[in-house]
Write a protein that binds this ligand. Structure first.
Ligand code: ADP
Ligand code: MG
Length: 257
């Protein structure tokens, strides 16, 4: 493998996905380099969330491939992709009825647990031990995110912004190498958004690679480099925040031109 290939932690190659007559993903190709916070932007309906679903195994592509750390994960189940180090969050966090924040942490990312849920089926004997390990990890991560005071709260009683923080904290419990965040600050107040930003930076400094969908341009331009611009399911351009912001095709796409 060349140095360049070793640096690529996620490779999206010629991905294709249609829903009936609608092409949501159209020959999308891009790489995410290890250690980056890579932004994925584009107008509403550009196909950003669909790409996340394709990458993380929630949708099966009609064509093309997804590689994580050089392994072809195309067509794998979400938990199998998670086991290879890639975890995602959802644009709309799932409902957490009947659970405290602490319990919600232990469930793992929806349908994509790098943790207890998988082991329950694959190695039941390891569960008791891993449960207590998970609990300790959950407590530590809640403290790191400065939301340990919420641990006993019903997960439905916390604010939307706090829920986003819990979503990020829960994803971190799976210790992903690559974390895909779908609009982490949508509906989050400025104070919590700042907190989320510093948490993402901190985790990135410690080695987690991020692919970040975000509508808030200031947030994504400040945090991500490079930025991949998606329009009508295809990659329009990619580059530094500065180059992307000044690209006439990007301006046109956002203005519907
Ligand atoms: P974005 O996240 O960039 O706003 P999406 O990926 O959610 O865009 O959607 C891209 C297009 O694909 C939209 O036209 C959307 O309606 C369509 N789409 C996404 N998921 C589905 C689905 N499960 N069934 C049918 N159409 C879908
Ligand atoms: Mg979306």
């Amino acid at each position: 493998m060349s140095d360049a290939a070793e640096n690529v932690v996620l490779r999206v190659d010629d991905l294709q996905k249609s829903f009936g007559g609608l092409t949501a993903t159209d020959h999308a190709t891009f790489d995410v380099e290890r250690g980056t916070i890579t932004g994925l932007i584009g107008p509403n309906g550009a196909g950003k969330s669909t790409i996340f679903n394709l990458i993380s195994g929630f949708y099966e592509p009609d064509g093309g491939t997804v590689e994580v750390n050089g392994t072809d994960v195309t067509g794998m189940e979400p938990y199998e992709v998670a086991e290879r180090g890639l975890v995602r969050t959802f644009q709309t966090p799932r409902k957490l009825e009947g659970m405290t924040v602490r319990e919600a942490m232990l469930v793992g990312p929806r349908n994509q647990p790098g943790e207890s849920f998988v082991r329950l089926f694959t190695s039941p004997g390891a569960v008791a031990e891993s449960e207590s390990e998970n609990l300790a990890d959950a407590e530590r991560i809640l403290a790191e995110f400065e939301i340990d005071h919420l641990a006993e709260q019903p997960a439905t009683d916390i604010s939307g912004g706090q829920m986003k923080l819990v979503e990020l904290a829960r994803a971190m419990l799976a210790e992903p190498e690559v974390l895909l965040l779908d609009e982490p600050v949508a509906g989050v107040n400025p104070t919590l958004a700042k907190k989320l930003k510093s948490q993402i930076r901190r985790l990135n400094d410690r080695g987690t690679t991020f692919l970040l969908i975000e509508h808030d341009m200031e947030f994504v331009m400040d945090l991500a480099d490079p930025i991949v611009v998606l329009d009508q399911g295809t990659v329009l351009t990619e580059g530094t925040p500065h180059s992307v912001r000044n690209d006439q095709r990007v301006i046109d796409a956002y203005l519907g031109g």
